[in-house]
Design a protein around this ligand. Structure first.
Ligand SMILES: [Zn+2]
Length: 188
């Protein structure tokens, strides 16, 4: 067994290399820093992303940060449908979501998670980052924040949102949380 690499106080390397898709497809998405300088460079980029963006976020709100996608090797990135020059390939980006439970183990309601999501996004916008994207999968209704950081100092602070992602909800517009029709259904 290889030694667990700690990227920052609250983040471990395995959180960034774990991928359900990779597991299902039998793809090795691990990073062995002893094997190549390339792997070392990627791990260092992830470390910088943690130190400059994710760890400050984690500390500011004292809420655990779920990494839904961190590092992706080029094969995994292609399977997932990521853009060819995705910053995930070089360890400069992570997709994050609020966790199911608080750091005290209390389950969050959907409303609480949506609130955390919005607070995170507003807070991140004021930090140093390269790209900040509010994303939403229209099919599944799942939303996440894509955030990237470049250690070369060329951070663009580019924010990208869409109409769908701004009206962010864990529920699709047709399935209103209360079971009532959403306002959109009335505006015919
Ligand atoms: Zn992403």
């Amino acid at each position: 067994m290889t030694r667990e690499i700690i990227l920052s106080e609250h983040f471990k390397l395995t959180e960034f290399t774990h991928s359900a898709t990779a597991q299902a497809k039998g793809i090795d998405n691990s990073l062995d820093v002893t094997a190549s300088d390339h792997a070392k460079m990627i791990v260092n980029n992830l470390h910088q992303l943690c130190v400059h963006v994710l760890e400050p976020l984690r500390r500011h709100f004292n809420i655990p940060v779920t990494i839904s996608s961190g590092y992706r090797n080029p094969i995994l990135n292609a399977i997932i449908g990521g853009v060819k020059n995705s910053q995930h390939i070089v360890g400069e980006a992570a997709d994050i979501r609020p966790p199911r439970r608080s750091s005290q183990g209390k389950p969050f309601t959907e409303l609480e998670r949506r609130t955390i999501f919005s607070m995170w996004f507003s807070w991140l916008m004021k930090q140093d980052f390269d790209q900040l994207i509010l994303e939403k999968n229209m099919k599944s209704g799942i939303a996440w924040i894509h955030v990237s950081y470049r250690q070369d100092g060329k951070n663009r602070r580019q924010v990208i949102t869409s109409k769908e992602s701004l009206s962010y909800s864990f529920f699709s517009p047709r399935k209103h949380p209360t079971g009532e029709p959403s306002p959109r259904d009335h505006s015919r």
